[in-house]
Design a protein around this ligand. Structure first.
Ligand SMILES: NC(=O)c1ccc[n+]([C@@H]2O[C@H](COP(=O)([O-])OP(=O)(O)OC[C@H]3O[C@@H](n4cnc5c(N)ncnc54)[C@H](O)[C@@H]3O)[C@@H](O)[C@H]2O)c1
Length: 368
């Protein structure tokens, strides 16, 4: 069977990651086109990655008959319109995290893709990160007995692009940007069971001059069987990306540090090219990571999605996954606003963006 032909929307950070990742596992897919609105960017991206076609407007990419699958790497606010347009054009969609900004958008994206008979695949790469997959395999084998606590943390020094800091474009701060990973991870790790309640403590500790968003977040998720997920996120941790998990059961536990734990403890007085995402310096003691995309699971994720398009595998992360995460994000922001646990289902309508539920707690009160 021929390789799945991918078109990428966006040409910067995550687009580079997707293009490089598809090249790492080229047996099932290839990137054939890119679209990005900033003049010159799509062309430069195509040149960098050896991609044949480039467009300024993503609508032109959607009209390209060769493209079967769209990878959406545009800012969060654009996820829903691009996905819905892609579905109408008959293209399968891989949407970056978070799925979208509002629950209504999540519903509309799922509906549009179902109606068009195309796949909506939610790009949660932690489901494919080799270390985390190993932890889940051991847990599923019973290695830790009954797992009662799963922790996931993602922390760094703050996003690279301005739009992340503008809550109107992003929908929220560190919780929205990084917590979406941990929420999905705990839910997946514990067998995708129902979520009973959510409690969150949010604050803006460092970046108040730059953003209305939270830059510190702790979220506690209570699952139907009584197990807990704890998700810790920060935009205030210099020193490079920190992504790690801890799993506890009555018969054992495991710890996995995705990046530093797979790095070379290194000392250099003069520095070198690159250590790890968001590390500002390579002098002194650093933790340069090798095979960064592989450790995250991006190539494995894109291979799985391509195989789903060919009907060889069933999606383990789809629009429904993204909607579960979206509902927990709503509940977490509302919880922080009200200072109490929020029980699920929690589906307030007409919210402009999740962070509004934190900033205007009365909104959550009238709707919860
Ligand atoms: N899975 C992960 O770990 C991960 C990592 C980084 C980013 N992301 C997600 O990927 C998405 C993009 O993030 P990024 O870091 O690449 O941001 P970025 O700012 O580096 O790049 C955004 C890209 O979107 C393009 N864009 C902006 N408006 C557009 C429009 N109207 N139509 C088409 N393209 C448009 C920009 O030109 C740019 O190329 C975000 O949703 C982010 O949350 C996921």
């Amino acid at each position: 069977m021929s390789k799945v032909k991918i078109g990428i929307v966006g040409s910067r950070f995550q687009a580079d990651c997707i293009a490089a990742s598809v090249r790492m596992m080229p047996d099932e897919a290839e990137v054939v086109a890119v679209a990005s609105p900033t003049p010159g960017n799509a062309e430069a991206f195509a040149k960098r990655h050896g991609i044949a076609k480039h467009y300024g407007d993503y609508h032109a990419l959607l009209r390209d008959p060769e493209v079967e699958l769209i990878s959406v790497t545009a800012p969060n606010r654009m996820h829903a319109p691009i996905t819905i347009d892609a579905a109408r054009a008959g293209k399968h969609v891989v949407c970056e995290k978070p799925l979208c900004v509002t629950l209504e958008e999540a519903d509309a994206m799922i509906e549009a893709c179902a109606k068009a008979g195309v796949l909506l695949l939610y790009a949660e790469e932690l489901f494919f990160a080799p270390k985390y997959v190993k932890a889940k395999q051991m847990a599923d084998e019973g290695a830790f007995g009954r797992v009662h606590l799963v922790k996931q943390g993602e922390k760094h020094s703050g996003p690279h692009s301005d739009w992340f800091w503008d809550v109107d474009q992003s929908g929220g701060g560190a919780l929205m940007d990084l917590g979406c990973h941990g929420i999905a991870f705990c839910w997946w790790f514990l067998g995708k069971q129902k979520i009973k309640s959510v409690y969150a403590q949010l604050s803006t500790q460092v970046h108040g001059a730059r953003t209305q968003g939270d830059d510190e977040a702790v979220t506690i998720i209570e699952f139907e069987n009584g197990a807990l997920g704890i998700v810790e996120n920060s935009w205030n941790r210099p020193g490079g990306m920190d992504d790690s998990i801890e799993v506890f059961g009555d018969k054992g536990q495991t710890y996995a540090d995705m990046l530093m734990g797979n790095a070379l403890p290194t000392y250099s007085e003069v520095g070198f090219g690159y250590a790890v995402e968001k590390a500002a310096s390579t002098t002194g003691w650093t933790y340069p990571v090798f095979e960064e995309h592989w450790n995250y699971g991006f190539p494995q994720e894109m291979r799985h999605f391509a195989r789903c398009v060919r009907g060889k595998e069933t999606p383990i992360s789809d629009g429904e996954t993204g909607r579960v995460v979206q509902e927990v994000l709503y509940a977490a922001y509302a919880s922080a606003g009200l200072g109490r646990k929020i029980t699920l289902p929690f589906r307030p309508g007409g919210i402009g963006k999740p962070i509004d539920l934190w900033k205007r707690p009365e909104l959550a009160l009238t709707l919860s």
